[in-house]
Each structure stands twice: as structure tokens, then as C-alpha cells.
Unconditional design. Structure first.
Length: 79
């Protein structure tokens, strides 16, 4: 059981680091890959798309959390 929680925390830390690095990359770049100068409005649109892309991993982490909690609860009731 402790392994499940350890892996869950490691996965959360991984996704948090990826999110922070991606956010910093979006906000601090001045020109995107197509050569378009990034205005605050374009950065915001890009950031919203980035957040939408992170909805799937967040949903997976929430499901994984629920599974871990249910397993923990079931082990408590059996003992």
C-alpha cells in the first residue's frame, strides 16, 4: 500500500514540475515557434490551451487517489 502512495506522490511531483516548467516557458518566451511575437493576450490563450492539455493527467491522478483511498479504507474495514 505504501508503494501505491509513493508512486502517486512521485507522479504528482512529476506533473507539477512539468506544469511549472511549461508555464514558465509560455510566459517568458517572446517569440513562438512560428516567429510570431507573443503579446500578453496570445500568452494567455496559449496558457489556457496548456491547462486544457493538463486536464487529462489531473483526472487520472484524481482517479488514482480515489483508488488508493478505497483500497486503504477496505484494508481498514477488513482488519
Amino acid at each position: 500500500m505504501k508503494k501505491l502512495w509513493l508512486f502517486w506522490w512521485m507522479a504528482n511531483i512529476f506533473w507539477a514540475v512539468i506544469f511549472v516548467v511549461g508555464t514558465a516557458f509560455i510566459w517568458f518566451r517572446e517569440v513562438d515557434g512560428a516567429g510570431v511575437t507573443q503579446t500578453p493576450a496570445l500568452k494567455l490563450v496559449t496558457f489556457i490551451v496548456f491547462i486544457i492539455a493538463f486536464i487529462f493527467p489531473v483526472m487520472l491522478q484524481v482517479v488514482w487517489l480515489i483508488v488508493n483511498l478505497v483500497i486503504k479504507w477496505m484494508k481498514r474495514t477488513v482488519e
